[in-house]
Design a protein around this ligand. Structure first.
Ligand SMILES: C[S@@+](CC[C@H](N)C(=O)[O-])C[C@H]1O[C@@H](n2cnc3c(N)ncnc32)[C@H](O)[C@@H]1O
Length: 145
């Protein structure tokens, strides 16, 4: 299967630090988003490199290589980032957020409200993830509350 999708994806905005600038033409579509404390941001990891099938998570050599889809590496066949961020406030077409791990200028593809549907209370993660989680200041964890 090597299907090519008839895709023409146009960014709806850009990341500017912890601010998302939505194109003015989509401003009206943001109406009501401020009612949500968190949003899901989908973005295009435009500086990603060619993907490798198997990688050391976070480049940590002592962790054995695993399949790229078992990681959050930005270097993926379709380099789409998906991050839950805290929505601090909206001002017109600007969304002020906390926890966005996209570089300045990263194209934003979509915004969705975070709802109960995404809140999984009981989940399993492999053992190798735990030390990484403890080490880094993962914006998802930092702003999850
Ligand atoms: C590991 S990716 C994960 C993104 C998202 N949380 C996810 O899980 O889909 C996030 C990292 O990619 C890198 N990054 C951010 N913006 C990028 C961009 N536009 N192109 C390539 N890499 C980027 C940064 O090092 C950032 O910490």
């Amino acid at each position: 299967m090597n299907e090519k999708l008839p895709l023409s994806i146009r960014p709806i905005g850009r990341a500017r630090g912890q601010r998302i600038e939505i194109n003015k033409r989509w401003r009206k579509a943001l109406q009501g988003i401020e009612g949500f404390s968190h949003i899901i941001v989908l973005f295009w990891l435009n500086k990603a490199r060619k993907p490798e099938m198997m990688i050391h998570p976070k480049g940590i050599q002592k962790i054995p290589k695993i399949g790229l889809f078992a990681t959050r590496t930005p270097h993926r066949p379709n380099p789409i980032g998906a991050t839950v961020v805290k929505l601090v406030r909206r001002y017109n077409n600007l969304l002020y957020v906390q926890g966005l791990d996209a570089w300045d200028g990263t194209p934003i593809l979509d915004i969705k409200p975070y709802t109960k549907r995404e809140a999984i209370k009981s989940y399993r993660i492999p053992r190798w993830v735990k030390p990484i989680d403890q080490q880094e200041s993962d914006p998802l964890r930092k702003y999850a509350s």
